[in-house]
Design a protein around this ligand. Structure first.
Ligand code: SF4
Ligand code: SF4
Length: 435
């Protein structure tokens, strides 16, 4: 695939700018949808603007400079433009496909912000951009978790390097382990053999690295023989479901599930009882990679044909991702089942959640843009009256908490699993509703 192959989409972009806004906003104060154009304040930073850039580059009518690189990489690859565009234009434009292709083109020519290049070097050397491989299993010291690369287990728990290297995420991982054990799940981890799943490499344009990481992950799974790939990482979940099919890496031999879905299933089938770790009002931030971006991608091998001399149409049914096939509800259903927690919604939620600013390499390359996005999201959370902003991605959590602290925003930031406790554990008092 190349930018040129997607010209049929780029040409029908009407420049309507709907990809910058929530289609039917609940609040004029929180109606924008694209952190990139909110930062750049210029059309080139929007999804549509990136289509124009891609088109111009492929036609040899633009040259790469610092500002062009900023317009492409000061973007979290959150997919909100894709979802908003499809709400208005159906499957005609497909902004995200061109965004992926544009970054792959720039990266192959070496036009990448230095911070992203540095992160990719760390992934190649250590299997993670967050820390050395020798530290990958420190979170699990003294837990005696089975090594799924040495002994057969039913469920392989993919921790995610964002979780494994972030000490603030460790209590959540410990909660997940306690809950899985309480439910009698036969699980293990790949210990230090686990690596970055490849989502970051793909999102930043390093497709060869992404494929290498994906193939290594698939091989590890094949050897381990587990039936279920359970991940606690939103970024990895999106990689397994959305990125791997784009790279031609097959995971169909294993069931892929996120920890929120898995634990909800255990609760709803009566295998697990959980309770609130504390009494509070929360609002839920949909991580882009757990929500919109985890909708499975299905490759299409048809062709676009021209009918009536003007209209481009697919010659066979073409699967289209509208963003609604991602995981928006499991974390909410999990939170709602717990007495002692009240869940209120932000104006921008689910399909049209505003990105926290941390993804796609933006936080390391353009931190001022990433901070502005987080600040806007924190203010939106504050507008609900919630005491706690809860999310299901340690990357979002870390970024939002850092910005809240730096800017003195009075709201607590927590992960979903921070708020759960096994029903038999000696914290809190509330129990699960309807179990
Ligand atoms: S990408 Fe879609 S929503 Fe954005 S300007 Fe083009 S047609 Fe409109
Ligand atoms: S992916 Fe997100 S940040 Fe990037 S252009 Fe689209 S909406 Fe804006």
């Amino acid at each position: 695939m190349s930018i040129e192959d997607l010209r049929v989409h780029q040409e029908v972009c009407t420049r309507c700018s709907q990809c910058k806004f929530v289609p039917m906003p609940e609040s004029p104060a929180f109606a924008t949808l694209c952190p990139s154009v909110d930062h750049g304040q210029f059309h080139a930073f929007s999804g549509s603007g990136k289509l124009i850039t891609a088109y111009a580059l492929s036609q040899g009518r633009a040259t790469v400079n610092e500002r062009l690189i900023e317009s492409v990489y000061a973007c979290t690859m959150c997919g909100a433009c894709d979802t908003a565009c499809k709400t208005n234009m159906g499957d005609l434009v497909e902004p995200l496909d061109t965004l992926y292709e544009l970054r792959a083109t720039l990266a192959s020519d070496g036009h990448v912000p230095p911070a992203v290049t540095h992160a990719m070097q760390r992934i190649r050397q250590e299997g993670s951009r967050f820390g050395p491989r020798v530290d990958r299993s420190r979170w699990a010291e003294n837990l005696a978790l089975p090594d799924a690369t040495r002994q057969r287990v039913e469920v392989l728990l993919h921790v995610g390097d964002d979780n494994a290297h972030d000490q603030a995420a460790w209590p959540q991982l410990h909660t997940v382990v306690r809950l899985l054990r309480q439910a009698g799940v036969d699980f293990g981890t790949a210990h230090d053999a686990e690596s970055d799943a490849g989502g970051y490499a793909h999102d930043t344009g390093f497709r060869t690295d992404a494929r290498r990481l994906a193939e290594a992950q698939a091989e590890l799974l094949r050897r381990a023989g587990a039936k279920v790939l359970l991940t606690a990482s939103a970024e990895a979940y999106a990689a397994f479901r959305n990125v791997y099919p784009r790279l031609g890496v097959d995971l169909s031999f294993v069931r892929v599930v996120h920890a929120t879905d898995f634990l909800l299933e255990l609760v709803e089938t009566g295998r697990l009882a959980v309770r609130a770790a504390r009494d509070t009002t929360v609002t839920y931030h949909d991580p882009c990679r757990l929500g919109r971006l985890s909708e499975p991608y299905q490759p299409w091998h048809g062709q676009w044909i021209t009918v009536m001399n003007t209209l481009s149409v697919p010659d066979s049914p073409r699967p289209v991702r509208f963003g609604n096939g991602g995981n928006h509800e499991a974390p909410r259903r999990l939170l709602r089942r717990i007495d002692g927690l009240r869940l209120v919604e932000m104006p921008r939620n689910r399909l049209f959640a505003y990105c926290c600013g941390a993804g796609g390499g933006a936080a390391e390359a353009y931190p001022e843009m990433a901070q502005a996005a987080a600040l806007q999201r924190l203010q939106e959370a504050r507008s609900t009256g919630a005491h706690t902003l809860v999310t299901a991605c340690s990357g979002c959590q870390r970024h939002l908490a850092d910005v809240a602290r730096a800017h003195g925003v009075d709201i607590e930031v927590q992960g979903v699993f921070d708020l759960l406790a096994p029903a038999s554990a000696p914290v809190g008092a509330a129990t699960v509703k309807g179990c």
